[in-house]
Design a protein around this ligand. Structure first.
Ligand code: IMP
Ligand code: MG
Length: 184
């Protein structure tokens, strides 16, 4: 596995993002909404550096199924969306890849009449995407590789790594190579 971002690099960039968010965050009615499961480390580290009263909630979404390394159908539980009417929402996700997850959840949130919506992702993958939605804050732009660690998984594993690494074929699992191998 090749380490792309070290623990130290992630720590200092998350602090910078928190400073940026802090400077424009209202003093009331802030609702941080994380997209599970990948957001877990990023959200936990980010909110620790935000000095504003807030609520924290989550929505569960999944588009990578099993050992797939390309996105399949996005599934999420609308009922798990917190009630954000009238709130200043900060939407937090681990990685912006095709963009479908964040774009769709942002749409759902917008339909709940929030006071405002901003979005932050730790990683942005360097890929062409169909959506014209783009997150307001991005931690790092990374090459179009499948990455794990710091919340990101492959088949449910590696989330606990304190760094972010690119997964090679041969790293404990054999990765699907052709599109046909990908579980929808
Ligand atoms: P999108 O909907 O294609 O933007 O994908 C976003 C979601 O897919 C993220 O919230 C991640 O959970 C997952 N994902 C995308 N790329 C990777 C990756 O390289 N490693 C692990 N998970 C990923
Ligand atoms: Mg995710």
């Amino acid at each position: 596995m090749k380490i792309l971002l070290t623990e130290r690099q992630i720590y200092s960039r998350v602090r910078e993002l928190a400073d940026e968010i802090q400077s424009s965050l209202p003093r009331q009615d802030v609702f941080v909404v994380g997209i599970l499961t990948g957001c877990l480390m990023f959200l936990a580290d980010l909110v620790r550096h935000l000095d504003t009263p807030m609520r924290i909630g989550f929505v569960v979404a999944q588009s990578y199924h099993g050992t797939a390394t390309t996105a399949g159908n996005l599934e999420y539980n609308v009922k798990s969306l917190p009630d954000v009417a009238g709130k200043h929402v900060l939407l937090v996700d681990d990685i912006f890849d095709s963009g479908q997850t964040l774009a769709r959840i942002a749409d759902e949130i917008a339909a709940c009449q929030p006071a405002s919506v901003r979005s932050a992702v730790l990683l942005e993958k360097d890929v062409q995407r169909a959506t014209d939605f783009f997150p307001d804050l991005v931690g790092f732009r990374i090459p179009a590789e499948f990455v794990v660690g710091y919340g990101l998984d492959f088949d449910g594993r590696y989330r606990n790594l304190p760094y972010i690494a690119a997964l090679d074929a041969g790293d404990e699992y054999s990765l699907p190579t052709a599109k046909g191998d990908v579980t929808p």
